[in-house]
Structures are given as C-alpha cells and as structure tokens.
Design a protein around this ligand. Structure first.
Ligand code: AMP
Ligand code: ZN
Length: 112
C-alpha cells in the first residue's frame, strides 16, 4: 500500500520526530498552521475515524495519553487544539488516521 504516513511510521520517509513508542509516532507537521503543530499517528494503518471500532479503539486512547505527555513536555500550559479530519468534507488529505495538535496562538472557533 502506498501510504505516506505508513512510510513515515516505518522510517522509510524521514520526519521531525517528537515521540515514538511501539504503537504511535509523533512528528512535526511539514506545513505548520500554528507556532506549534505536530501530528500523532498510530503505526498501524487505519484510514480515518470511520474505521475505529471495538477492536482498535484503544489506540485512540493511547494517542491521547501521548498528546498529554508531549503537551506537558513542550509546556503548552495555555492550551492546544486536537484536530482529526476524516474524509473529503473533513479536509483529510492523507488517508492514514492522524491527530493534529495545534498550539502557540489563540485558535479561532468555529474553524473555517
Ligand atoms: P490532513 O489534511 O488532516 O489529512 O493533514 C495532513 C497533514 O499532513 C497536513 O497538515 C500536511 O501538512 C501534513 N504532511 C504532509 N506530508 C507531510 C510530511 N512528509 N511530514 C510531515 N507532515 C506532513
Ligand atoms: Zn498508512
């Protein structure tokens, strides 16, 4: 399968890594939309939120624990936003589940 984030997860394509364990990888977004903008991905290929079910939902919980650890490490005490785009109308451009974490400026709401 030709998946960019699978290739990043395996190390075939380099990334600016923040955190890695056996199940997830966090790395800085190549086109940052805020002073701090990184992505957290499961290493296993899951297309998007549509494919979360009882068999794989634990990875989402793990992603959130990792985000909390990274946020503490980066000192994001003023807060941050977690974004998970799914599908065309959701603005997803890479078909491998990923969670954006944006911080370092006041983020508008609702998003455009
Ligand atoms: P989405 O539009 O939600 O699918 O988000 C995909 C994100 O991946 C975008 O914010 C891109 O800037 C980011 N991206 C694409 N290629 C790379 C890459 N090689 N390294 C890091 N981030 C990337
Ligand atoms: Zn993938």
């Amino acid at each position: 399968m030709d998946c960019l984030f699978c290739k990043i997860a395996s190390g075939e394509i380099p990334s600016n890594k923040i955190y890695e364990d056996d199940r997830v990888l966090a790395f800085y977004d190549i086109d940052p939309q805020a002073p701090v903008h990184f992505l957290v991905i499961p290493k296993v290929h899951i297309k998007c939120a549509d494919e979360i079910d009882e068999s794989n939902a634990d990875i989402v919980a793990h992603v959130y624990t990792v985000i909390a650890k990274i946020a503490a490490r980066l000192g994001l005490s003023k807060g941050y936003r977690i974004v998970n785009n799914c599908g065309e109308d959701g603005g997803q451009t890479v078909g491998h589940l990923h969670f954006h974490v944006l911080a370092g400026r006041n983020l508008s709401w609702p998003p455009g």
